[in-house]
Write a protein that binds this ligand. Structure first.
Ligand code: GLN
Length: 191
């Protein structure tokens, strides 16, 4: 199995390492012609969603990625990647890729709680999973058919909608690969 990782900004190297440790092939997406390669899924890493969205547009990858997702490409957004996927961003007029029917709130935990570690988070189908939040968003609301996979203190931090999977935290940090494994086995392998 080969998984592409959007590699224009942010924490993409860490995702590649996890994928390689799980035995998957990886491919960096840096320019639109990289989309011509064959791959079975795509990871949108954490970083800065505004910068990533701008680069996707400038590099001519935004529409192509949106179309691929609509056609069923398995996609996994983490943190900024969740923001890129969201159909609505609270308090902002525009969205980026906008294929995931949720509203996200950016930098949602306030300045004091900009970054924190949540040891006892529970992830549906996985169990307890240590969650690393870095200036993270959360999902403020969802459309009916979006499945909630994880919540922390009443806030939604993990969702799935068909081929789209997204979390507000950074599962690539901390050495626990079960969420990536979930993506490979439950979302990529199915398609
Ligand atoms: N605060 C960032 C944003 O709004 C997301 C942070 C992250 O990806 N760790 O894009």
């Amino acid at each position: 199995m080969k998984i592409a990782v959007l590699a224009v900004q942010g924490a993409f190297v860490e995702h590649e390492k996890v994928l390689q440790e799980l035995g998957a092939g990886t491919l960096q997406l840096r320019k639109s012609s990289d989309l011509d390669n064959d791959f079975d899924g795509l990871i949108l890493p954490g970083g800065e969603s505004t910068v990533q969205g701008k680069l996707l547009q400038e590099l001519g990858m935004m529409n192509a990625i949106r179309d691929r997702i609509k056609n069923g490409l398995p996609i996994f957004g983490t943190c900024a990647g969740l923001i890129l996927l969201a159909e609505k961003i609270a308090g902002e007029d525009a969205h980026h890729i906008g294929t995931l029917p949720v509203t996200v709130k950016r930098n949602a935990y306030g300045r004091q709680l900009g970054s924190f570690h949540y040891e006892q988070g529970t992830f549906q189908g996985i169990g307890t999973f240590p969650m690393e939040f870095i200036r993270a968003p959360y999902v403020e609301s969802i459309s009916d058919d979006v499945e909630i996979l994880a919540s922390v203190e009443g806030r939604i931090v993990g969702v799935q909608y068909k081929n789209q999977f997204a979390v507000a935290f950074h599962p690539e940090l901390g050495g626990d690969h079960r969420i990536h494994k979930y993506f490979l086995e439950r979302i990529c392998a199915k398609n």
